[in-house]
Ligand binder design. Structure first.
Ligand SMILES: C[S@@+](CC[C@H](N)C(=O)[O-])C[C@H]1O[C@@H](n2cnc3c(N)ncnc32)[C@H](O)[C@@H]1O
Length: 265
């Protein structure tokens, strides 16, 4: 649905296979584009998606509760873009940066270069229009929204800091954490305090709550590992995220990206 930076689309199938058999409630405190939750919904009935970024949660609530309105507005905006190409993209981008909202976010992500959501230090959306394409066709947008909408009756969304979410977890919950990585925080709206994250994992361990964490990794020969303290987890594996599109776009190289998956069970 959304090519969110750090999307786990390529690893989603493997991560879902790693979930325990009985999941009373599945929780993603760093929801983003929800690539893993989308597949988890095939085997879990109760899902809680949370993200700190307000326009994103507004967007997901529209996919869930007002899909037709979302589709119609996208069609209207896309038509305006065709009539006034590419200027209309920048009209929407300026409007969004003055008043960030879920509807404009949907439009920008479907029309910008490679669909990559990117913010500058001030938190403004700064990707440009994809000139050689004319934005995702409304009929394609519609079918993606409909596919997601069919699953979202199982989901509840909140817009909180992940620590608030973790505070209200209990035994029987399974949490998949995919925080913004250390060293790549300029690609996100919020920096992450890694020590605070480790202390949250420790609290989950004490409560007996199961968790999986995507964290650091390797890009080609560059080691991006940021060690998670050994006493916090039981299992660690590397998953391939394929070739890095972002790296390809930014640096013209295409090295394989491996990311770690830690589990406390
Ligand atoms: C790596 S992305 C998640 C990608 C997601 N797994 C996917 O497949 O699309 C991390 C997300 O965490 C969110 N985030 C950053 N800081 C947060 C915080 N303190 N609490 C909750 N969410 C946060 C960001 O807005 C971003 O959407």
């Amino acid at each position: 649905m959304l090519k969110w930076t750090g999307s786990k689309r390529k690893q989603a199938k493997t991560i879902v296979e790693e979930l325990p058999v009985n999941v009373e409630r599945y929780i993603e405190p760093f929801f983003g584009g929800g690539a893993v939750a989308y597949l988890a919904a095939n085997k879990v009935e109760n899902i809680w998606g949370n993200d700190l970024y307000t326009p994103l949660i507004e967007f997901w609530n529209m996919v869930k509760n007002e899909p037709n309105e979302l589709i119609n507005i996208y069609r209207r905006e896309w038509n305006l873009l065709q009539e006034n190409f590419p200027e209309y993209f920048y009209t929407v981008r300026d409007r969004f940066n003055l008043n960030p909202n879920g509807l404009d976010l949907a439009f920008l992500t479907r029309t910008c270069v490679n669909g990559i959501v990117r913010f500058n230090k001030e938190g403004e959306f700064n990707n440009s229009i994809h000139l050689s394409r004319r934005g995702m066709k409304p009929s394609n947008f519609e079918s993606i929204v409909e596919k997601w909408n069919l699953k979202l009756y199982k989901f509840n969304f909140t817009n909180l800091d992940y620590r608030e979410v973790l505070d209200s977890t209990k035994k029987g919950d399974v949490i998949y954490l995919d925080p913004p990585y250390a060293g790549s925080n300029n690609r996100y709206i919020a920096d992450l305090d890694v020590d605070a994250l480790f202390s949250e994992l420790d609290k989950l361990n004490s409560k007996g709550v199961k968790w999986l964490l995507s964290f650091d990794g390797k890009r080609g020969n560059t080691n991006l590992e940021y060690p998670v303290p050994k006493e916090l987890y039981i299992n660690k594996q590397f998953l391939s995220n394929g070739k890095s599109t972002l790296n390809q776009v930014l640096n013209g190289t295409s090295e394989e990206v491996l990311e770690t998956l830690y589990k406390n069970f």
